[in-house]
Design a protein around this ligand. Structure first.
Ligand code: NAD
Ligand code: DAU
Length: 340
């Protein structure tokens, strides 16, 4: 089997590529990534010399490039992680989200239609369901929850999902979609909450918490997400959506305080800043379908997963330090300058 993983140099994509290259030496894993600011080949040093691994640089929204690639590689499976993934960036630059997340996905689907494919798997997000109220802990997102998006990011991901389903129904493309909750773990770009807080706390810098810090996210270790997608490729039913989450709901403030405690840093570093426009209040996944139909169960509990993740950032300072000290400083000033 030849599997093209798009966005395989990003956070979850690189964890997935490593998982697949190691677990399936008989499969060829092709990592297709544009290497935007979020793509980093250093994430893949562990597998870069593996005989069943290959990297190709390219843009999923470049039709000629994608069609030539299909012609040449003749993939059996596509797993589409490639995306603009940061909500705050989608508020300042929605168009790049439409281009990659929507047009990129339809370009890949068109190539599947032209050349044939055994499976197209779309890596989607729980954000397509919008948010849940904070005072209704009994409510969860199921696969039947209507799409109801808040940000340009989630709107672009929901649009892509609709196209994926339309290509299944209209053209018979064998698709699956997974919608996962917030991931944490190694190689997450330090613009996202957990690595941002770890890196800034270690430098004794102020920690920006949006609004009151009461918004809730449902955290899942990236390895559990990768295993879930692997299972969907193996046993998932074509045309189906699978929600992935491990019932690990925490307020943002709880997450920040957990990190401060683990690093032995004072809570006085916390700085409440202007809220994210349209900020989703609570995400919470009901993973019953993954559990009952595919037998998936997350392996990580949040506390140990977080301890290991914090340790990973301590052990791999050079990985994130050059990001934090480089171009990214300009982003931080631009993004947070008006909030503080
Ligand atoms: P990321 O931003 O870390 O990585 C995205 C990768 O896509 C990067 O390597 C980037 O270079 C690549 N890319 C961007 N535009 C491209 C293009 N036009 N062509 C080819 N490659 C391109 O993202 P992530 O956090 O690893 O998320 C991966 C996927 O999982 C996304 O589709 C996201 O919507 C979804 N998701 C993320 C989370 C999360 O918590 N991070 C949760 C659920 C779903
Ligand atoms: O739910 C899945 C989604 O999780 C994915 O689809 C997205 O790609 C991924 O980025 C993530 O989106 P969030 O917006 O939930 O993640 P982020 O890390 O940006 O923020 C998590 C929470 O922390 C959110 O409520 C906003 C808050 N936050 C974030 C940042 C960056 C802060 O309070 N301060 C910050 O500086």
């Amino acid at each position: 089997m030849k599997i093209i993983v798009t966005g395989g140099a990003g956070f979850i994509g690189s964890n997935f590529v490593i998982h697949m290259v190691k677990k399936y030496p008989e499969h060829e894993i092709v990592n297709l990534d544009l290497l935007t600011y979020a793509g980093n080949l250093e994430n893949l040093t562990e597998v870069e010399k593996a005989p069943n691994y290959k990297f190709i640089r390219g843009d999923i929204a470049d039709r000629k490039f994608v069609f030539d690639l299909f012609e040449q590689e003749k993939p059996d499976i596509i797993v589409n992680f490639a995306a603009e993934s940061h909500v705050d960036r989608s508020i300042t630059d929605p168009e790049s989200f439409v281009r990659t997340n929507v047009m990129g996905t339809t370009t890949l689907l068109d190539a599947c239609k032209e050349y044939g494919i055994k499976r197209f798997h779309q890596v989607s997000t729980d954000e397509v369901y919008g948010d849940l109220p904070l005072d209704r802990p009994d409510l969860f997102f199921t696969e039947e929850t209507p799409l109801h998006t808040s940000s340009p990011y989630s709107s672009s991901k929901a649009s892509a999902d609709l196209f994926v389903m339309a290509y299944h129904r209209t053209f018979g493309i064998p698709v699956t979609i997974s919608r996962c909750s917030n991931n944490y773990g190694p190689y997450q770009f330090p613009e996202k909450l957990i690595p941002l807080i770890i890196s800034r706390a270690l430098a004794d810098e102020e920690l920006p918490v949006y609004g009151t810090g009461e918004n809730v996210r449902d955290w899942l270790h990236v390895s559990d997400h990768c295993v879930a997608i692997d299972l969907i490729l193996e046993k998932g039913r074509v045309g189906e959506v699978y929600n992935i989450g491990g019932h690990n709901e925490r307020t943002n403030l709880e997450v920040v305080k957990t990190i401060l405690k683990a690093l032995d840093k004072p809570e006085s570093l916390i700085r409440f800043v202007k809220d994210r426009p349209g900020h989703d209040r609570r995400y919470a996944i009901d993973p019953t379908k993954m559990e009952t139909e595919l037998g998936w169960k997350p392996q990580y509990v949040f506390d140990t997963g977080m301890k290991q993740t914090i340790q990973w950032y301590l052990d791999n300072k050079e990985w994130w330090e050059h990001i934090v000290n480089g171009e990214y400083t300009k982003y931080f000033e631009k993004m947070y300058g008006e909030r503080l």
